[in-house]
Ligand binder design. Structure first.
Ligand SMILES: Cc1ncc(COP(=O)(O)O)c(C=O)c1O
Length: 479
């Protein structure tokens, strides 16, 4: 009798009683018991004791090889020695100045050397960066509307918390998707200014420009849609976006929060050979510290220099985060590191492919740079609506089975992806693949059994979809 999802859930609870107790206690003071909704899942999330390199330990003392890597923010791995050393040295000389210091220009130079940009401003989170990028675009064009992709994620400010995870009955006409607010509290005015197109649909972008002539300031896009596992752009998609935005006098914003440090040295700009107008960076550029940046050409950033667009922030360029960023870009994310990580990721992806073929799992695997994702769909998805049919029951089986055996294969939720960091070793990849080979037959058997019962791909019942707002949401009881 193979292990089932139910038996894996029981094992999870048996192995992690301290996490359960900590979660119950936390829930009294923190909504959902967590500090960010994305960390919440059922029956309860693992509570962490410590982490180092490629390993993370929960408070029950279980050790895991970590491929979650803080939702892709740790391509440097946990506590990379070069980063820790730079930070430790900096801690002795002050943690906050609120005044200029040398690291600012030095890090701006590093970013301009990697990306097709001329000036940089720093902040602390991806959310801040996309917010400032969009304000800049509005100021640069004198227009108010923006286009974002259905299922795309750009953080938590009002203009982009739209059609992030709309339900199937909310999405509307595929040629002219409805703008669906990502929860309550977003004004109708803001919602009206965020126009939605499906990813990989260039004619839809043309139609929106035709419908709102002279009104659209920018198109914002994740170069690879990583809010639905991994969804690659069609060949020519970004070139098309570039041409259309240029033709209509609008800006193209690449949200490289996930791709910037992890896809290539010059992020998606290099990977796809595109020069967007504004880029947004965060997550892995900080090597484990809160660091983000938005950057563009001089003519656009001069809107800030000319006091036409305001940007500020108490924590911006705090010397600790800047030291971490400098060490990360100069010493950790080197060309050799990209080469090594890409090789390890290719090995992981190829190993998954082999098991999928062997077990008949109805799934496919995608890799890009240091990212990868096991997609529980019969054929590659092409847009967000395809992703709505992901076999999330089999995904949960996979995730709990791997985690119970000591490999966290990616962040919880089937819209995420794994990160191979510079800290992962060949042995870590081998262990990951060994466990996948161990559990894949049972996941495939469970999938076949559910399919047999229902006739539906992967089985009849999907755990309920996410609520209107969030990128990934908790299980039914919490909805
Ligand atoms: C593509 C993208 N943009 C923006 C953000 C928001 O970044 P942060 O969580 O740092 O605000 C995220 C976070 O996952 C992201 O994946």
């Amino acid at each position: 009798m193979p292990d089932t999802l139910q038996s894996e859930l029981e094992t999870y609870e048996r192995r992690t009683p301290a996490s359960r107790a900590a979660h119950e206690k936390a829930a009294a003071r923190l909504p959902l018991g967590v500090a960010s909704n994305y960390r919440s899942y059922q029956p309860y999330p693992l509570h962490v004791r410590d982490a180092n390199g490629s390993r993370i330990r929960d408070i029950d003392g279980n050790e895991y090889i970590d491929f979650n890597m803080c939702f892709g923010a740790l391509m440097a791995g946990h506590c990379h020695p070069a980063v820790m050393h730079a930070v430790a040295a900096k801690l002795k000389t002050g943690t906050m100045f609120g005044m200029p210091h040398d690291a600012e220009n030095a890090l701006a130079e590093e970013i301009c050397a990697r990306f097709p940009v001329e000036m940089v401003r720093f902040s602390n989170s991806g959310t801040e960066c996309t917010m400032h990028a969009m304000r800049l675009a509005r100021a640069a064009t004198g227009r108010e509307r923006v286009i974002k992709m259905e299922g795309g994620y750009h953080g938590l400010h009002d203009s982009v918390l739209v059609s992030v995870k709309p339900k199937a009955n909310e999405v509307g006409d595929p040629d002219r998707p409805t703008s669906v607010p990502g929860g309550e509290g977003i004004t109708k005015a803001t919602l009206g200014n965020t126009l939605i197109a499906q990813f990989n649909d260039l004619p839809a972008i043309e139609r929106l420009f035709a419908a709102y002539p002279g009104e659209i300031a920018a198109v914002i896009v994740e170069p690879i849609l990583m809010n639905v596992g991994i969804l690659m752009p069609d060949p020519g998609y970004h070139q098309g976006l570039r041409e259309i935005t240029k033709k209509h006098g609008a800006l193209l914003i690449f949200d490289e929060v996930k791709t910037g440090a992890k896809l290539a040295r010059g992020g998606a700009c290099e990977y796809f050979g595109i020069e967007p107008d504004i880029i947004c960076l965060a997550k892995s550029i900080g090597g484990g510290f809160s660091l983000a940046a938005f950057a563009s050409k001089r003519s656009i950033m001069n809107l800030i220099s000319d006091h036409r667009v305001f940007h500020g922030g108490t924590y911006n360029t705090n010397p600790v985060a800047m030291a971490a960023g400098l060490a990360t870009l100069r010493e950790v994310l080197t060309p050799a590191a990209y080469e090594r990580v890409n090789r390890l990721n290719t090995k992981l992806v190829d190993g998954y492919k082999e098991q999928i073929e062997k077990t008949g799992l109805e799934a496919y695997v995608v890799g890009a740079g240091s990212n990868g994702s096991l997609m529980f769909a019969p054929k590659p998805i092409h847009n967000y609506r395809d992703w709505l049919n992901i076999d999330s029951e089999s995904w949960r089986h996979y995730w709990f089975a791997m985690t119970n055996r000591g490999v966290i294969p990616q962040p919880y939720w089937w819209d995420e992806q794994w990160t191979v960091s510079v800290a992962h070793t060949e042995a870590d990849i081998d262990k990951h693949l060994e466990l996948f080979a161990e559990i894949a037959p049972a996941v495939a058997a469970g999938q076949r059994e559910r399919r047999g019962r229902s006739g539906a791909p992967g089985g009849a019942t999907k755990p309920a979809g996410p609520p209107a707002g969030s990128r990934s949401q908790p299980a039914p009881a919490a909805r």
